[in-house]
Each structure stands twice: as structure tokens, then as C-alpha cells.
Design a protein around this ligand. Sequence first.
Ligand code: IMP
Length: 508
Amino acid sequence: MSNHPQPGTELLDGVSGEELFSVNMGLTYRDFLVLPGFIDFNPSDVELDTKLSKNISLKRPLMSSPMDTVTESEMAIAQALMGGIGIIHYNNTIEEQLEQVRKVKRFENGFIKDPVLLSPEHTVADLDDVKERHGFSGIPITEDGTANTKLVGIVTNRDVDFEQDRSTKLGKVMTKELITANQGISLKEANDILRTSKKGKLPIVDKQGKLVALICRSDLKKNKEFPHASKDDTKRLRVGAAISTLPESLERVSLLSQIGVDVIIIDSAQGNSSYQIEMIQFIKKTYPAIDVIAGNVVTQGQAANLIAAGADGLRIGMGPGSICITQDTMAVGRAQATAVYKTAHYASKHGVPVIADGGISNIGDIANALAIGASMCMMGSMFAGTKEAPGEYFYENGIRLKRYRGMASLEAMNKGGDKRYFSESQKIKVAQGVSGYVVDKGSVLNLIPYLVQGLKQSFQDMGFRNVTDLHTALRAGRVRFERRTESAQAQGSVHGLYSYTKPSMRVE
Ligand code: IMP
């Protein structure tokens, strides 16, 4: 740190955060750069440990948005395994949201907790259909095709490959002599059984013979270790859930708290409201063990109200989202870098971490958000289009795409997503978001390591080994910035080439 020029010395270059954001003009992440510092460590020495909220620390400053095309259980599991967290959206019934949270809390690496099931009454054609939709074929058979009844068999490709009549009932072709293991078995013991039995699937059953999980031989090879996984005190993965300020949320929170949700995000486009203040106070009083992240806010005044009400974290952003048309439609909002700096500056004095939410499309945006005071970055479009995002892939002009939509797009609002926009279920709905498509980005389990490696290299260039040092230096005026003119921005991007290949975020 001593190798950074100190304030007041002749070598001090650029401007401090305070000076950068003192202009009466909103800045975005593209409008400035961090000046390089001194390097005396490797990227692998950089630690990205950070705070999500007053009481929750994470290993990675990355999280996925509560949007119905971004975060359901599969995304939340992947985010938590990689050291961040996913927030389950609430554009669903209470029971549906609870089920998503439960799946994350029940997750155990290597164990499939809710495998696709069929019954003896299903046909080979039904099995073909499952194979087509899910891409696998070893299906456990239970008495009624649900997890509520006993396991009675298993069907694999080998049982049906030569079956001419696809209307044959599975009960006739399934394998009934099963090798199973009892609930409570460790992954290592299960692996040993699979290895010696040479079977492809190992069903795990409870005392009543009901299926509780499935282990697949093909997954064994893929099983990775996740040393940075975000876990609670009982070693379950962490997960958050979004709620609105509407009265139905009282029931949501009560049930979410019972199944061990780690954090609640009160999801409003403009969070500085009496409804939100009452909701924060209610949750903090009734469920003190749950951290509450409030928002969204973009000014210090808004932040002050929610912090005074008891918020454990703040979500920052009004209008920067890739699918967002709030600023055009409402003429209210703030440029995102200014919003993050101003609110983080205030919140840090109260020990409240802030989340930079929206408008992040590359590693540099993440680095900039952290450099100006954010503790976490929440992303929608970055994680949309991954394997773990809800929705099916499809092709357009030979390109593999997935849907990504704003929660205030007409499409999402018609499904109930307007709860964050105070629309009082009016007949006339004013969209503040759009619906579109993003390209296939592969798996989050590959994308996040790519983001993390890039971020560590960025920290090395800045000359900081961790988020705490970076934030301490920011407050002391030791992180030095420079505004970029439009021509500086043009020069900082690829220019002057006839053609080139953009690096892909799809990491295999
Ligand atoms: P992105 O990462 O730039 O795609 O932005 C995602 C963020 O946009 C979310 O976390 C929300 O804060 C915000 N958002 C989600 N849906 C809408 C919408 O329909 N209009 C405006 N903002 C939205």
C-alpha cells in the first residue's frame, strides 16, 4: 500500500472518488477509469471476500437478479456453489417460490433431490418424451409416479431399446431387482456402490422405501469440489428470496423464514416508500434472524430512510438495467455509477453494504462498481442465457438463444411481475421493461470462474489485494480515478480494424 502515491504528495495523479462524483452530472461505469496502482502480488493472491448484508459474508461479490428468466433453484444453486448467491423471484405463487427455496436448501452436491419420475402405468412413449425433453433416460419408477409412493423399479435405455411397441407399459419392461442405498449415505459410499455394482444409477430411499434422491454415474466424473460455496451454519447452501411490499408478502416471509431462507430482498423499483419502511420494520421485529436487503434506491436521502428503518443491505439502481426503460418512461432515476458511489458513501458510515444492481455487462463494470464502493454486483443479463437460467433454448438464424425479460415488461407483468412497480393492478399497465433474447452462455459453473479470474487481474492492476483494502483506500482518497471523454472511450474500445472476433463469454 505504501507504494500508492499518498494524498498531499507531488506524485498524486488523477482524482479521488469524492472529486470524481462531485460534478453535477450522472456518470456511468464507462465514464471513468481507475488509474493503475503498484503490483507486488499475483492475481491468485487476490481475495474477493465481501459482505452481502450486515450479517452475511460471501466469498464472491457476484449475485443473480430476482427475475423470472434469471433466478430459480438451478441458478441459485450454481451461484451459491460458486461463492455468490441467487435471489429467487416472486413472479409466482407462494408455494412455487417456497419450493424453489427448498430445492436450494436441500441441495447436496452429487445427489439429485427431485429426479424425474414415472409410474408403471406410463408407456415407453412417455419415456421417449422425457428423454427428448431432459436428455436422460434412466428413470426411477414409483407406484404412482411421484415421490410420495414407494420405489418399484427403474427403466433405462437397455430395457426399451428393442421394444417395437412404444405403447407398452413401463411396468412390463422395468428392472425390478434394484440396488439401492439408504438415506444418510455419504457421497463417497454411494460412489463406491456405483463402482462395484457397475450400475448407471443409484436410487437412495428412506425407511418406507420412498425415493429421496438419485445418484448418477455419469455425474460422478463431473463432480467438482466447490471450496468457496456460500453455506449457512448448518452447511446448507445460502439462498435469498424477493418479496414485494404488498400484503401477501407477510405470509410469504413467514413461510420463507420457516424453511430457512437466508436473506429477503424487498423488491421495489423505487424503494423509498412508507410501504417499504413498514415492511423492513415488520420483518426485523418478527424475524430478527433474517437479513433484509431494501431498495432500490439511488440517492443518499433514500438510503438514509431505509437504513434508519433497519435495512441490513441496500440494492442500488433505478434505470440502468439492460432490459429497462424506466428512465425513458418515468424520467426518474440516476446514472448508475453516481448512484452507487453516493449511496455507498453514506451507507458505509452505517456499516451497511450496498449492491450495485443492473447495467453490468463485462468484467470492467464489476471492477468499477467495487472500486466506487459496492460490495456486491447483481446481474440479470450477464446470467440470462446460461444453462441454469429458467427457460428453453431455441435457435434463430442458427444462433442458440434464451428468453430474457424485464419484470416490468408487459409479458412479465401479465404474469404478476408488476408487484415491484406499485401498479395497483390497474387495467392500464405502463411497461418499464422490455422482453427479448440473449445468446447461450453455457454454464454459470464456467462463466463465474472466468469473471472471477478477470476480476482478480483487475484488482492486481489497481494494486489492491482485497475488497476491504480497496474500500478503505477509496474512503482515504487513495484510489485514483480519471474521467473519460467520448474519444477516450472510443480509443479504449477496439477501433480501426476491418473486422475482428469479439471474445466470447461462453466458456467451455
Ligand atoms: P441487467 O443486469 O442490466 O440486465 O439488469 C438487471 C436488473 O434490472 C434487475 O436486477 C432489476 O433491478 C432491474 N429490472 C428487472 N426488470 C426490470 C424492468 O422490467 N424494468 C426496469 N428494471 C428492471
